[in-house]
Design a binder for this molecule. Structure first.
Ligand SMILES: C[S@@+](CC[C@H](N)C(=O)[O-])C[C@H]1O[C@@H](n2cnc3c(N)ncnc32)[C@H](O)[C@@H]1O
Ligand code: SF4
Length: 454
């Protein structure tokens, strides 16, 4: 990768798990009363067809990994499990009575924090109650995030018995200096044991999360991590770019400082070399940050263009409505976004007062809906087009002007009203998407809110 391209394009930018991105939500004009009709509209349009996605946020972790940017609560007190589960179930009941029909679940993901912090019996209780009020469609995609250090074979068997076939394990990095710095001691043997147990129990898609750009990472340590990962043959690998966002309240990024991080050039080299090694090992790059074996459904969904991206990351099935339950969870009705209270106490209090615990959201206008489609196309399919009138925007001339330099640099190709991202441009997909981000273009952030694109 040319150094000058990195210097030129390494700027703060969103990761586009939504458009508009959260800092650009029009919070002032959003109310829960506005959210409800969009939810009902989306439910009516999609429940009988593809069904809906359900995300459940399980926020607790026993210890803090100091690089982590997720919404979590650190505690060793397992007494928090039952009250939290009962609150999530109350929230689910609120949604069930709001839509007034059986919710058809196409996809369900347990994320965190650490879902496997919870005792398997408690997870079983939670899920059985969720399913009792729903219609679980044929071949639902049920998945969860497991911490290799506390996922037991009882967790794996219980969730498999409930229909779960996909699991992702947080690995991050196997190097001991890196692990000590980020306070995440992650023995290879634990990952090996839990991966093999999951496979033996019958999980069809096992994913490992790796992160590049962590403090003290070198290509030597990264390549050793990838080689170890390869020996376990996960079906998918999330190869995340480390998001250094210490200014976000509640993020525990400490124990190291900027000087311990690889430089932008070194970080990009970790990605480029990592990507090359992963492809030599048979993994195919999917969208941004993700790799999969050709046998995995994510790869298939990329070929048949059904791949989708939302707050849960990439998924092989596309649904219009996503209901997010739990502290900090985000719901997406396609026409609006709504985020739950970001503290466990605030979330529980609101539910026990009988209200949806939404504290902010955004209703998409017509322009947002078009821009959202373009950005989704770029993030999922690495191409977009405005041949169809419905995808055209009055600002298209300005957007093309912004893209001109990227075209000259060989990052994209534009033919007529079609844009495709070149192999060289893949690393800059966030920058390319930013050319379409009309909300950000009209109002540049005054403070640091996004991680760097490289
Ligand atoms: C909720 S955790 C996964 C489950 C479990 N808590 C664990 O750590 O094993 C989600 C994943 O997000 C990724 N992640 C967290 N903080 C990150 C950051 N600052 N930059 C990039 N990736 C991050 C990590 O790879 C992590 O495994
Ligand atoms: S990486 Fe996972 S276990 Fe560590 S703090 Fe974040 S959510 Fe918790």
């Amino acid at each position: 990768m040319e150094k000058n391209l990195i210097q030129k394009y390494n700027i703060p930018g969103p990761r586009y798990t939504s458009y508009p991105t959260v800092p650009y939500w029009d919070e002032q004009s959003f109310t829960v009363d506005e959210w409800k009709p969009t939810l009902l509209k989306s439910f009516e349009e999609s429940n009988d067809k593809e069904g809906i996605s359900l995300y459940i946020h399980l926020p607790f972790c026993e210890s803090l990994c100091t690089f982590c940017a997720c919404h979590k609560r650190i505690t060793k007190q397992h007494g928090v499990e039952t009250p939290y589960i009962e609150t999530v179930l109350k929230e689910w009941q609120m949604y069930a009575s709001l839509v007034g029909g059986k919710i058809r679940i196409k996809e369900l993901h347990l994320g965190g924090g650490t879902p496997t912090f919870f005792n398997p019996d408690n997870l079983k209780y939670l899920l059985e109650k969720i399913f009792a009020a729903a219609d679980v469609g044929p071949n639902p995609e049920l998945s969860f995030e497991g911490h290799p250090n506390n996922t037991t074979s009882c967790h794996l068997k219980t969730l498999h018995g409930l229909g779960f076939r996909r699991v992702s394990f947080g690995v991050q990095d196997y190097d001991s200096k890196v692990q000590h710095t980020i306070n995440r001691i992650q023995p290879f043997e634990k990952v090996k044991a839990v991966t093999e147990a999951a496979r033996q129990i019958g999980y069809k898609s096992i994913s490992h999360d790796l992160v590049f750009g962590l403090p003290f990472q070198t290509w030597e340590s990264m390549s050793a991590t990838i080689e170890k990962t390869k020996s376990l043959k996960p079906d998918r690998i999330a190869f995340y770019s480390y998001a250094h966002v210490p200014w976000v309240r509640g993020v525990g990024q400490r124990g190291f400082d900027e000087n311990d991080l690889p430089s932008p050039e070194q970080k990009r080299e970790l990605y480029e070399k990592g990507k090359k090694l992963l492809s030599e090992l048979g993994y195919i790059e999917i969208g941004m940050d993700h790799f999969s074996l050709p046998t995995d459904s994510l790869y298939q969904s990329m070929l048949d263009k059904t791949i989708h991206r939302n707050f849960m990351g990439y998924s092989s099935s596309s649904t219009k409505l996503m209901i997010g339950l739990g502290m900090s969870a985000i719901s997406d009705s396609w026409y609006a976004f709504a985020q739950n209270d970001k503290s466990v106490e605030g979330y529980e209090k609101r539910i026990h007062n009988g209200e949806l615990p939404i504290f902010k959201g955004h209703k998409l206008n017509e322009e947002d809906l078009i821009v959202r489609r373009h950005i989704l196309n770029l993030m999922c399919l690495l191409e977009t087009s405005w041949e169809n009138e419905e995808m055209d925007l009055p600002e298209m001339t300005e957007i093309l002007a912004r893209l001109q330099e990227m075209q000259q640099d060989g990052l994209i190709q534009i033919t007529g009203k079609r844009l495709s991202i070149t192999e060289k441009g893949r690393a800059f997909v966030r920058n390319i998407a930013m050319a379409f981000d009309l909300r950000m273009i009209r109002k540049q952030p005054q403070t640091k809110i996004f991680s760097m694109t490289v």
